[in-house]
Design a protein around this ligand. Structure first.
Ligand code: KG4
Ligand code: ZN
Length: 357
C-alpha cells in the first residue's frame, strides 16, 4: 500500500510517499520532501501564523510534485491521500487538508485525515516496526506528553505538561539569551561548553505521583538568574544553557520513570519506550531516555532526527496504518486547531469506534 502524506500544521511544508506492507514490518520511505520556513520566521523569534499559511500556499504544490517524482510515482500509483488535519496553526492546516481533499476527489482515492500527534506516535512503527503496546514520550514545540500507545486509534494519555511544552521552554530560553530560532539546537550547542552546576535551577514536579510536567517555574528562574548577572558574557550564556538543559534532563528522567511505572501497573510491560517530537533530537535527553529504558528492562526506540521533527513521511505512515484498518474520512472532515490525541478515533464509513479508556 502506497500513501502520499502532507504536513502543514506549523512551519514545515512537507510531503512524502511511504509504503506499508503489513502490521509487522517497518515501512519504506520512497520520498520525504521537507521545506522549512525557518528563514521566513527567524526575524520574529517564532512562527508567525499568517506568514506560515501563505508560505504553505505558495510552495505545497511543488513539494507534492517533488515527493511524487522522487518516489517515481504518479497519483495513479498511490492508494490513499493523507494530510495532517490538526492540531496546529489553523491557516496552515486548512491549506494542507484542502489540497489533500482536492487530490483525493479528482483522483478518486481515499482521504485520510491524520492527527499530527498520532503521526509522531506511530513513527516508531515506520522506522522499527515496534509492536503495540508501547510507552511514548512525545516532546515537541507544542506538546509534552506520555502516552500509552495500545493500537491504531487507541491512545491513553498518562501525563502531560500543565503549562509550557519542553520545546517551547528551549525556544524561550534561546530567545531570552539572544540565541537564534529554533532554540533547541542552539541551547544544546551552547550547553556543550557550559557548566551545568553553575546555576541552581528548580526541577518542577520532581517526585509527584502523576507523570505530569511543568516548565514555567524553571523558565522564570532562568530569567531571574540571567537578569541578576547581566550583562551576560559568552560563558554566562553557555552556563545558563547547560544548567537549564541539566534541569530539563533530570525532570524528564523523573517524570518518564513515573510514566513507565504507571504504564506497567495498568497495561503490563511496554514493548519499548519510544521518543518522538523535535526535542528527542537532543543528545543528553536521548542518553537519559536510554538509561530509563535500560532500568525499566525495555528498549528505547528513537527515530532519526529528521523523522523526530515534523515531516511528511510520518503523516503518510499514519495514513497508511489507518487506511489498512479501513479508517478513512469523508471530504467534509474539518481542520482542527485543537485535537487532543486521546480524542482520536478510528472512523470506518458509517461506524465510529470510540477510544477505549
Ligand atoms: O516536532 P517539532 O519539529 O515541531 C512541533 O511539532 O513542535 O519540534 C520542534 C521543537 C522546537 O521547540 C525545537 O526547539 C525543539 O523541538 N528541538 C530541540 C532540539 N531540536 C529541536 N529541543 C532541544 N534540543 C534539540 N536538539
Ligand atoms: Zn510535531
Amino acid at each position: 500500500m502506497f500513501v502520499l502524506g502532507i504536513e502543514t500544521t506549523c512551519d514545515e511544508t512537507a510531503a512524502a510517499v511511504v509504503e506499508r506492507v503489513d502490521d509487522k514490518r517497518p515501512g519504506r520511505i520512497l520520498s520525504n520532501v521537507v521545506l522549512s520556513q525557518v528563514n521566513e520566521h527567524a526575524a520574529f523569534g517564532g512562527v508567525v501564523p499568517e506568514i506560515a499559511a501563505r508560505a504553505h500556499v505558495e510552495t505545497l504544490d511543488h513539494v507534492i510534485s517533488k515527493a511524487l517524482a522522487d518516489a517515481g510515482r504518479t497519483f495513479e500509483g498511490i492508494d490513499g491521500i493523507a494530510a495532517a488535519a490538526g492540531p496546529g496553526l489553523i491557516g496552515g492546516v486548512i491549506v494542507g487538508l484542502t489540497t489533500a481533499k482536492a487530490i483525493a476527489l479528482v483522483n478518486e482515492k481515499p482521504l485520510i485525515a491524520v492527527n499530527h500527534l498520532e503521526a509522531h506516535a506511530l513513527t516508531a512503527r515506520l522506522t522499527d516496526g515496534t509492536p503495540f503496546p508501547y510507552c511514548l514520550f512525545l516532546a515537541s514545540g507544542g506538546h509534552t506528553q506520555i502516552v500509552a500507545v495500545r493500537g491504531i486509534a487507541d491512545y491513553v494519555l498518562l501525563g502531560t505538561t500543565v503549562d509550557d511544552a519542553i520545546g517551547e521552554a528551549f525556544d524561550k530560553t534561546a530567545k531570552l539569551l539572544g540565541l537564534g530560532y529554533p532554540g533547541g539546537p542552539q541551547v544544546e550547542k551552547e550547553a556543550v561548553r557550559g557548566n551545568p552546576q553553575r546555576f541552581a535551577l528548580p526541577r518542577p514536579m520532581l517526585g509527584r505521583p502523576e507523570p505530569d510536567f511543568s516548565l514555567s517555574g524553571l523558565k522564570t528562574a532562568l530569567r531571574l538568574e540571567a537578569e541578576r548577572i547581566a550583562p551576560l558574557s559568552d560563558q554566562d550564556v553557555a552556563n545558563l544553557c547547560a544548567s537549564f538543559q541539566q534541569a530539563v534532563v533530570e525532570m524528564i528522567e523523573d517524570r518518564v520513570r513515573t510514566g513507565l511505572h504507571l504504564f506497567n501497573t495498568r497495561y503490563g510491560a511496554p514493548t519499548a519506550l519510544v521518543a518522538a517530537g523535535g526535542v528527542a533530537a537532543n543528545q543528553p535527553i536521548r542518553k537519559a531516555l536510554h538509561r530509563l529504558a535500560y532500568d525499566a528492562k525495555t528498549i528505547l526506540v528513537v527515530p532519526p532526527p529528521e523523522l523526530c521533527t515534523d515531516n511528511g513521511a510520518m503523516i503518510a505512515w499514519a495514513g497508511a496504518e489507518r487506511l489498512a484498518h479501513g479508517f478513512v474520512d469523508g471530504l467534509d472532515v474539518a481542520p482542527r486547531a485543537r485535537w487532543p490525541l486521546e480524542e482520536v478515533i478510528g472512523m470506518r464509513p458509517q461506524v465510529a469506534y470510540r477510544v477505549r479508556q
